[in-house]
Ligand binder design. Structure first.
Ligand SMILES: Cc1ncc(COP(=O)(O)O)c(C=O)c1O
Length: 355
């Protein structure tokens, strides 16, 4: 019988998670790296980065972890096609399409533009990669959220009518299963930081869903004392904290654990979304330039850049201080850089050297 009461050791947590089917897609564990030049530039805590942008599948990112569990579930159900969707520049869809290519599944992506076309859709960034890995792509007018979910369900029904065995986006089922993968990421962080001789004082991650929920599950089950802050890229029309707590708790239950996670266990900030979901923010652009120019590591403008803006702000406001160790989980998203080329070129000043 697995031990179900926290705190678990990392191997007990891994054993509990091992009861779920998993399909190998990525390079794990991802590296945990120290960022000495960024830490010095900010003059606060020592900052470490968990390189989930290096998960290895089609430019990497958090969904490669998620998909190890989702693809395994799809295959266990005998699916031959996945019907999936999100925004036009969705990192999720790009990684899911690449996962399907690797697993030999067809994929139909229903990408929500959030309104009528203003011109031809730019085949760039994630959308370009969707095409390259062989996804069937439809761009529709629906906005991501409930409207797009309904449209995806409609397309899934059409495939079912045609006799296909469909695995489709169903947030209630998919989200807890995806979250399990981020409890494993926390186990990696605990093991890697112990090997490097430190314990994290805070963990930051870009999420308003499964990723942050999984980190909270890992935090709770491994008995970590440090806070976890989910930096939301989007304000959903529902209570995000309650939703994430529900996902985290359900994820634990899937592994035979009883985490007892409630809304109060989840910390989310909406302060770094900027003008809107999917739009660049000044803080995010500054974070992209600062990390790129101090460490040569790229962030994306919609998720990881805005999450790093929260780290920078917390240091500048004295909420994180010298002597502490902060772990930033880099969730990926870098292909979007190429789709936001104009905003990035306008928002980040070119560096000029004195001559
Ligand atoms: C790069 C990146 N980071 C973070 C997230 C947030 O993931 P979630 O809110 O599903 O946990 C996403 C979602 O698509 C993403 O693409």
């Amino acid at each position: 019988m697995p031990t179900t009461l926290a705190p678990l050791s990392t191997s007990q947590l891994r054993n509990a998670i091992a009861r779920l089917p998993r399909y190998a897609l990525g390079h794990f564990p991802t590296p945990l790296e120290h960022l000495p030049r960024l830490s010095k530039a900010l003059g606060g805590p020592e900052i470490y980065i968990k390189r989930d942008d290096c998960t290895g599948l089609a430019f990497g990112g958090n969904k490669t972890r998620h998909n190890e569990f989702l693809i395994a579930d799809a295959l266990a159900q005998g699916a031959d096609i996945i019907v999936w969707g999100a925004g036009v520049q969705s990192n999720n869809c790009r990684q899911t399409a690449a996962s399907c290519a690797k697993a030999g599944l067809d994929i139909h992506l229903v990408l929500g533009r959030g309104g009528p076309a203003k011109g031809p859709d730019l085949i760039q960034g994630n959308l370009l990669l969707d095409h390259l890995v062989g996804a069937h792509v439809d761009i529709v007018e629906e906005t991501i959220g409930v409207d797009l979910d309904d449209r995806i369900a409609l397309e899934a029904e059409k495939h079912k009518t045609n006799g296909r065995k469909v695995y489709s986006w169903d947030r209630h089922k998919v989200k807890p299963l995806a979250a399990v993968s981020y409890a494993l990421c926390v186990a990696e962080i605990v093991e890697q930081s112990a090997a490097a001789g430190f314990e994290a004082d805070a963990i930051y991650v870009s999420s308003a869903g499964s990723t942050g929920s999984g980190v909270v599950l890992g935090q709770k089950m491994l008995g970590l004392a440090c806070p976890v802050l989910s930096v939301a890229p989007i304000k959903w029309p529902w209570d995000t904290q309650a939703d994430m707590a529900e996902i985290a708790d359900a994820a634990g239950t899937l592994c035979g654990l009883t985490p007892g996670i409630t809304r109060d266990d989840v910390a989310v900030t909406f302060d770094y979304i900027g003008p809107a979901y999917g739009k660049c923010s000044p803080g995010g652009l500054e974070a992209i330039a600062l990390l790129a120019r101090t460490e040569g590591i790229l962030l994306d403008p919609i998720y990881s850049g805005k999450a790093m803006a929260a780290v920078i702000d917390d240091i500048r406001q004295g909420r994180r201080t010298a002597g502490e160790k902060v772990v930033f989980i880099h969730t990926g998203g870098t292909p979007a850089l190429f789709a936001y080329n104009n905003e990035l070129a306008q928002g980040i000043a070119p560096r000029r050297l004195e001559r």
